[in-house]
Design a protein around this ligand. Structure first.
Ligand code: TNX
Length: 521
């Protein structure tokens, strides 16, 4: 009797458990909270979830210091918020058990920055051809975790990641942001935070506008007055500042850890008053110019027929190139209204030779297309479509930075306090809703290296201002550069962007809460 009762009870209990399992909603994998930006090329969710626990380790293929760095990068995000130890462990072969595993593979389709991310209930395997792809994949993994993982102090779990298979790679190789550190100077810490946020959205180029009429922002050891005088102020008359070469190297290093390349720009022959104010000898009349703290453009020029001008440029390009591992040197070339055209053309040709002699490729604003272009030169479109067509006829590729779409210093609307509006108001939809390959008739995907979103800083004075103007628009630029155009549309994007609010909050980003976006905190 007793035995039967026991068995009966056991059966009843089992039935109860089975019923409860049937009634329980499908495993809560938080999928509706998830938003991936940029949208990956292919994502399949398989309905379950992986749970991060106290014993989850990050394994990486032994003897690969780059993978070790990326594993540490991930552990540094996971550790403070989860409170788990998240050990980083080298292994020879695929481990067993539950883990996160970073490994190189060979898969042509993934290219240099693509990755494959497989999440099952037991393990997460992230593979890529190159360490850069692993790093990009880690950003996707971050976005699959609850936003609070971004916080830097202990948060409540559970730490679930939906099971999925993602295959992903970028549409464009050049996905940039530009920061104007000349009109207002920004500290190393500020630039680093900007790079942190760029990395989260898979941007890979930081173009630093290092000189302009109002300021010279990088130490040149052979021309010390450039920073002593030229770096001593900024728009509005503040105290300005500059990066020592040591600090610049720190930025380069910080960027490299995030697979971001820094593109240094020295704008010439115009936008050069800070240098003309530093050295009398750079002026045609041998008299120093006054420092300038206003926001006019187009009034200054190097003295293009003085020999010393080219010695100066050679020294500057040489010193900066020596501490810039990236392939590019940006020579500006825009708005040289004070330089006669007959002087501008040979000037740009000579400067291209100087850059080549220092083993860098030239990037210049679209005006440089009027001169003969060296092989490998990139022309950056900002204003003049004709220049772009000229550039591609000469075999150059272009970077697209259309003012009325990508300029992060344009006001969102008439009520925006910061910013300018010469290229119109650029709301979040307008910033997102365009395609590089159809922007300029006659310019197709093969002509385009990528896109870049510049933030000019005439009205931008600190990190809070930077974040307000760049976010959320820069996130849209990141998606435009990464995601193929057939997978992009405004309606999907605005919902996904809305779900980024919690993550941006947890990262302390002072983003603009556009009314066009259904923000979910
Ligand atoms: C145009 S874009 C400029 C900059 C200004 C910017 C302000 C470009 C190549 N030149 O000098 O800062 O407009 O939006």
């Amino acid at each position: 009797m007793k035995i039967i009762t026991k068995t009966g009870f056991a059966i009843l209990a089992l039935l109860f458990v089975l019923a409860a399992m049937a009634l329980k909603p499908k495993e809560s994998n938080n999928q509706d909270k998830i938003s991936l930006i940029p949208q990956p090329v292919s994502v399949k969710y398989t309905g379950g979830y992986f749970t991060l626990t106290y014993s989850t380790g990050i394994f990486y293929q032994e003897a690969n210091p780059a993978l070790k760095k990326s594993a540490r990068f991930l552990a540094k995000i996971l550790h403070p918020s989860t409170g788990f130890p998240v050990p980083v462990i080298p292994v020879k072969n695929k481990p067993s058990g539950t883990y996160i595993y970073l490994t190189l593979t060979e898969n042509k389709a993934l290219g240099n920055e693509g990755y494959e991310l497989k999440v099952t209930k037991k393990r997460i395997i992230l593979s890529a051809n190159k360490p850069a792809g692993i790093f990009r994949g880690i950003q996707t993994l971050r976005q699959l975790l609850p936003a609070r993982v971004e916080k830097c102090y202990l948060q409540k779990g559970p730490w679930q990641i939906p099971t999925t298979k993602i295959i992903d790679y970028p549409a464009y190789a050049y996905r940039g942001a530009m920061l104007d550190v000349a009109r207002h100077f920004f500290s190393v810490k500020t630039v680093e935070k900007y790079m942190d946020l760029m990395a989260l959205y898979k941007l890979n180029i930081l173009h630093l506008h290092l000189s302009d009429d109002q300021g010279w922002r990088i130490q040149i050891k052979s021309w010390p007055e450039l920073t002593k005088i030229g770096g001593s102020t900024e728009v509005g008359g503040g105290k300005g500042g500059f990066y020592t070469q040591k600090q610049f190297k720190e930025l380069v290093h910080y960027a490299a850890d995030r697979y971001i390349t820094i593109v240094p720009e020295i704008d010439m022959p115009g936008h050069i008053n800070a240098a003309l104010a530093s050295y009398a000898i750079l002026n045609c009349n041998n008299k120093r110019k006054k420092l300038f703290t206003g926001i006019d453009v187009g009034f200054s020029t190097l003295c293009t027929h003085k020999k010393i001008t080219y010695k100066f440029i050679n020294d500057v390009v040489g010193e900066i190139s020596a501490i810039s591992p990236g392939p590019y040197f940006h020579i500006g070339g825009d708005e040289s209204h004070a330089t006669p055209k007959k002087d501008y053309l040979p000037f740009i040709a000579k400067v291209q030779n100087i850059v080549a002699a220092h083993h860098k490729k030239v990037i210049g604003w679209d005006e440089i297309a009027q001169t003969p272009l060296k092989k490998g030169t990139l022309v950056q479109y900002w204003a003049n479509k004709k220049n772009v067509l000229t550039a591609i006829k000469k075999g150059a590729k272009v970077i697209l930075s259309p003012g009325g779409r990508t300029y992060l210093d344009m006001k969102y609307d008439s009520t925006t306090k910061l910013g300018l509006h010469w290229a119109g108001y650029v709301n979040v939809k307008r910033a997102y809703n365009w395609n590089p390959s159809t922007l300029i008739p006659g310019v197709t995907k093969k002509d385009i290296a990528g896109i870049e979103a510049p933030l000019w800083s005439e009205t931008i004075t600190d990190l809070k201002d930077i974040e307000y103007m760049a976010f959320p628009r820069l996130i849209g630029d990141a998606e435009i550069g990464w995601t193929p155009k057939n997978l992009r549309n405004w309606n999907s994007y605005r919902l996904r962007l809305g779900k980024q609010a919690a993550r941006l909050d947890d990262l302390n980003v002072n983003f603009y809460r556009s009314k066009l976006i259904p923000w979910q905190d």
